[in-house]
Ligand binder design. Structure first.
Ligand code: MN
Length: 290
């Protein structure tokens, strides 16, 4: 059994998105353009409503999946599939944009807090132009495995006999939210066939490592190198992180803003379709916002 060391570590940079919302981006920056099958990771969070109140008004996506996980506050969303809802703290939303979705995402605070993640997961070529799909789960639906000094929320994939609620059939996705008290350890068998990373958002973690950095600081994304098992321990103040892994797709990635396809021609087609009002297909009508 080889403990998977850290291959690369990215510190978050602040990026302005939507109508001027500041997000902390790691994956999807010049330092790490993508990590097949993952395209982008944004950590959004603020105690200042002015920073995000304008939210993310109607915008398009094509060719991939967005997975949103709220930690605090909530997110009002509407989309061209007809879904409209309010994703609350602890809940998760999986949206397969595929051939095209137009949606709005409007973050709201609760008790002065608003925090969460959005992960972009690529789709294989054969799935990019299929119909969109959607899954949403409230906090109560997400299994939690509580141990001594540990709490693991299982969003997707298996952990300690629990099966996550989000099913991403294209990448064998694992997505865990792990909290460790000081002195606690986390261990998860994770085959090298799955590419993965750890993003620390509270405290820091330590990892046994021969070559890579042994410390995983707050707001860093650490790419896991090859091995058999993920094993790390909490820093002096404890740690909370997400562990995300999936099977690489192994195809060309051509990205232009909210469109992620395999070729430049397909990107140009997406831009034409959006311009001509043809991005959203079959039966999907954008509902008017109240
Ligand atoms: Mn979006």
């Amino acid at each position: 059994m080889t403990i998977r060391p850290i291959q690369q570590q990215i510190n978050a940079i602040a990026v302005s998105e939507g109508a001027g919302v500041t997000v902390h981006r790691t994956l999807g920056t010049p330092a790490l353009k993508n990590l097949d099958p993952f395209l982008m990771l944004d950590h959004f969070g603020s105690d200042d409503p002015e920073q995000y109140i304008a939210g993310f008004p109607d915008h398009p996506h094509r060719g991939f999946v967005t997975l949103t996980y709220m930690l605090d506050g909530h997110l009002e969303h509407r989309d061209s599939m007809g879904n409209r809802g309010d994703l609350r703290a602890g809940g998760a939303q999986w949206m397969k944009a595929a051939s095209g979705v137009i949606h709005s995402e409007m973050p709201k605070q609760s008790n002065g807090l608003m925090r969460g993640f959005q992960l972009w997961i690529n789709l294989p070529a054969a799935e990019k132009m299929r119909d969109p799909a959607y899954q949403e789960f409230g906090s109560e639906a997400i299994p939690e495995v509580v141990g001594e000094g540990t709490c693991v929320r299982v969003l997707s994939g298996d952990y300690a006999g629990q099966h996550g609620v989000i099913d991403d059939p294209h990448t064998d996705l694992r997505y865990l939210d792990v909290s460790l008290q000081p002195g606690s350890e986390f261990r998860l068998p994770l085959a090298s066939a799955l590419r993965g990373f750890i993003y620390v958002f509270e405290g820091e973690a330590l990892i046994g490592s021969l070559n890579g950095p042994p410390l995983l600081p707050q707001h860093s994304l650490s790419v896991l190198a090859e091995g058999d098992v993920v094993q790390l321990e909490a820093g002096a103040a404890g740690v909370r992180f997400i562990l995300v892994a999936g099977r690489p797709i192994g195809e060309a990635v051509v990205q232009y803003g909210p469109f992620v396809m395999n070729t430049r021609d397909e990107i140009e087609q997406a831009m034409r379709d959006y311009r001509d009002g043809k991005l959203v297909r079959a039966k999907a009508v954008l509902k008017a916002i109240d």
